[in-house]
Design a protein around this ligand. Structure first.
Ligand SMILES: [Zn+2]
Length: 230
């Protein structure tokens, strides 16, 4: 992967390990609560429909999509895509994930500020990610002192943009989960359900924290290397 080229495996090891632990924790928490039926026997799709109706959102569709943990809200198409297990599943995890995606739909509907910032920087973030790969290829071919500072500075800029995106993603994710928990509580689910939903969504939120830390780590490594080179 790209960051190994720039930083070497050992410099990246702490964040790689942290990322792996967070991923494993998320997978195991999800698996645990995906196997526990919620007290209402409600599917993720039913949960989502209930929340959207309650929020007065009528222009968002709820559809079933392929893949595991592929659930997301697409603001451009105005559609909540739920993975099969969430869409048709009656587990605690199913209603939790469905409620979380509805949280994003509500954020859009009410013009929640961090999600507007996030949407505004999606384009430049995707561009920066692509540019990083071009820089990697360029640095292989142009491995000379004249080009290095330019590549370093551009790469720093790209990582800074990506880090900013990851940073504004955090309030968006935490807020969607807080909205989801409130919905689960007000829908009259049992205490066990609420506790499970909180655990699933917290574990999922940690993956976003880990991503942000990984990018910050890369950014700081790159800055320290560029200083050393100058
Ligand atoms: Zn989310």
């Amino acid at each position: 992967m790209f960051h190994y080229y720039y930083f070497g495996i050992f410099a990246m090891l702490p964040v790689i390990l942290f990322g792996l632990i967070v991923q494993m924790k998320m997978q195991s928490t999800y698996s645990k609560y995906a196997a526990l039926r919620n007290t209402k026997g409600m599917t993720g799709a039913q949960m989502a429909a209930l929340i959207l109706r309650g929020a007065g959102i009528t222009d968002v569709q709820i559809v079933c999509t392929n893949g595991h943990l592929s659930d997301h809200f697409d603001p451009t198409k105005k559609v909540i895509r739920l993975s099969e297990g969430v869409f048709n599943g009656t587990s605690i995890a199913s209603v939790g994930v469905a409620a979380h995606e509805c949280g994003h739909a509500i954020q859009h509907a009410v013009g929640y500020f961090p999600i507007r910032v996030r949407s505004a920087v999606v384009g430049i973030t995707n561009f920066s990610s692509k540019l990083l790969y071009i820089l990697m290829i360029a640095s292989i071919f142009l491995n000379s002192y004249t080009f290095s500072p330019v590549i370093f500075n551009l790469a720093i800029l790209c990582y800074a943009v990506i880090f900013f995106f990851q940073l504004v993603t955090l309030p968006v994710e935490f807020n969607a989960s807080a909205r989801a928990v409130a919905q689960i509580e007000s829908a009259g689910f049992g205490e066990e359900d609420v506790r499970g939903v909180k655990k699933v969504l917290s574990a999922a939120a940690m993956t976003y924290v880990a991503s942000a830390i990984t990018v910050l780590w890369q950014l700081l490594l790159l800055i320290s290397r560029s200083r050393r080179n100058n």
